[in-house]
Write a protein of this length. Structure first.
Length: 461
């Protein structure tokens, strides 16, 4: 028993010894291939891009799955050309905002449609006047951002489907060249960002809160487009990223394309140097939490005056910004998958090597207890089981912040709960035995203070 425990502890230690690195995907996209959107579904990574072929032979129709090993064209063998702006998975269907050609009467699906894995359909509503650019499912409703009208139904950028009918949202949002960019749930309410200046209740200026009945301003808003929203794991702050350079209000301040909202007021994210304010000229395209740090994808490189080589990816550890070196080019989207940060865009090289539009970044988590790591010490995290696949003794590593109540459960592919574990404080692991588990796929989930934080896939052989 002592020897087995030593081997398991060694495996756990090895998990954290891997250094920072870029890596390629096991498939190779053709030159000039660009990726614009990443999403997760059923423990698979969903990718949307602007090219046709992977590995020079597989036509992926610009939309495909990757399960960590193999790729699968989203529309199977059908030769349909498609481009996607937004999608989410709800009630066993993909809700997709985008365009597709090749289907009979394909114009019906040019802006918004549903896909069940076999057939395309639409909601029983008139066709929208323009593309759905953001979709989010919450509390039984699917929120749709983008169109101004669905036939004779006026939406003014925002509406929601409750399962039976499409509903207006108190006049929606409006403004010159108005557009919805992103949506997020913060403290149980819907937040919407983009380019707009008016609602029935005020002047939200590019970001607004919906309480279920009416729209609310966030102070005086943000002076520029807001492209992306992200919420920290403890639901303490809503982070906004975009092309804005100023946050309004009585206590207004300059912002370099990123700021945070606590539900009452805006605050500035501390910057490493004033030179980084030049980032606001280009803007921040997307933001994503990874291993307790906030990553920001920029629409332009770090200026030479900072003394660093150009890059378009940075991270914030709660105190300062640090550049992620090696990548230069336009980044469209960030997504965490299989304990790595997936980076998608129109870049061609990473560290001088060909990476057409898609790359994987790994950085070991920093869980050092220090006043200089305030965010990391508050972020619950679940790592993949070790080993995986397995049949026998397994370690499930995790980090549970002090004072937090976290539980890890294992469920079968059919959704049946098989085992659970009450997490201890700080960096630790759950040791279990899968000898009596049937061969197949299982899911490990971590819930902290009633909120589901993460899940990992486990394979028993």
């Amino acid at each position: 028993m002592k020897k087995a425990s030593f081997v398991l502890l060694l495996a756990f230690t090895t998990l954290f010894s891997k250094g920072q690195q870029w890596s390629l995907f096991p498939f190779q996209s053709s030159p000039n291939y660009s990726f614009s959107k990443l999403e997760l579904w059923n423990n698979q990574l969903v990718l949307s891009g602007g090219g046709e072929y992977i590995n020079d032979t597989i036509k992926v129709n610009s939309f495909f799955f990757w399960d960590g090993q193999d790729i699968t064209p989203f529309f199977g063998e059908k030769n349909y050309d498609s481009w996607f702006k937004a999608y989410c998975f709800y009630q066993d269907k993909f809700w997709i905002g985008g365009s597709i050609t090749g289907f009979p009467n394909y114009s019906l699906y040019d802006d918004f449609y549903l896909w069940d894995g076999d057939t395309i359909s639409t909601l029983p509503i008139p066709h929208p006047d323009r593309m759905v650019t953001s979709i989010l499912a919450h509390n039984g409703n699917v929120y749709l951002g983008g169109p101004l009208h669905y036939g004779g139904i006026e939406s003014n950028l925002m509406s929601y489907w409750d399962g039976t009918a499409l509903h207006q949202m108190n006049g929606g949002l409006s403004g010159d060249f108005a557009e919805i960019k992103d949506m997020a749930i913060f403290k149980g309410e819907l937040y919407v960002s983009g380019a707009f200046t008016q609602s029935q209740n005020g002047n939200p200026f590019n970001i607004a809160r919906w309480d279920g009945q009416q729209w609310h301003d966030l102070d005086t808003g943000l002076a520029g487009d807001v492209w992306a929203l992200a919420v920290d794991s403890e639901d303490n702050y809503l982070y906004a990223a975009g092309s804005f350079t100023f946050v309004g209000g009585n206590n207004g301040f300059g912002a370099c394309g990123i700021a945070r909202w606590d539900g009452q007021q805006w605050s500035k994210i501390p910057l490493k140097t004033d030179d980084y304010c030049a980032l606001g000229i280009f803007g921040v395209r997307d933001i994503e939490w990874y291993h307790g740090e906030l990553y920001a994808a920029m629409a332009g490189g770090i200026p030479d005056s900072v003394g660093e080589s150009d890059t378009t990816l940075m991270k914030w550890n709660g105190v300062e910004w640090k550049p992620i070196m090696g990548i230069l080019g336009f980044i469209e989207d960030l997504q965490v998958y299989n304990d790595e940060l997936i980076v998608a865009g129109s870049f061609e090289f990473v560290n001088g090597n060909p990476y057409p539009g898609l790359a994987r970044w790994y950085s070991p988590p920093d869980t050092t207890l220090s006043v200089n790591k305030p965010l990391i010490n508050k972020t619950a995290w679940l790592w993949p089981p070790q080993p995986n696949p397995n049949s026998g003794r397994v370690l499930v590593p995790y980090f549970n912040p002090a004072g937090k109540a976290s539980t890890i459960t294992i469920t079968s592919n059919e959704g049946k709960t098989l085992a659970s574990h009450t997490c201890k404080a700080e960096k630790n692991y759950w040791e279990l035995n899968t000898t009596n588990y049937a061969k197949g796929i299982y899911y490990i989930s971590m819930v902290t203070d009633g909120w589901k934080k993460q899940s990992q896939k486990m394979v028993v052989e």
